[in-house]
Design a protein around this ligand. Sequence first.
Ligand code: ZN
Length: 131
Amino acid sequence: MAKENNQGLDKETLEKITKDLEERKKKILADLGEIAKKENDSGDDEYKPAFPEYGDKPDENAQEIAEYTTNLAEEDLLEKTLRDIDSALGRIKKGTYGTCKYCSKPIDPRRLMAQPTAGACIDCKTKLQNS
Ligand SMILES: [Zn+2]
């Protein structure tokens, strides 16, 4: 049998992590809803930042563009985090959660509790950051 058991993390820890991930997801979806519109016709989880309307004066136009640029960057970050969360939830379901994607060793549960979307162990992360 495959050793896909979420690295032997106990049920309570996994439940806590799942709940944490789901709560983060809810918050991100709410944040996204405020700055972006969901593209319904694509059927995909695609968000488009809303373009603010302040007026037609040059300073108002500049403000609109500035805010739009901020929204665009924030929307990008939120969508990336959302993907990380979905990927972590998917790993829990598959039973591969808590395994480092680089060295396939178990990730320290304390790290997972602090950073539930973590896909790499501290060693690999440190190596990557230093290289
Ligand atoms: Zn590793």
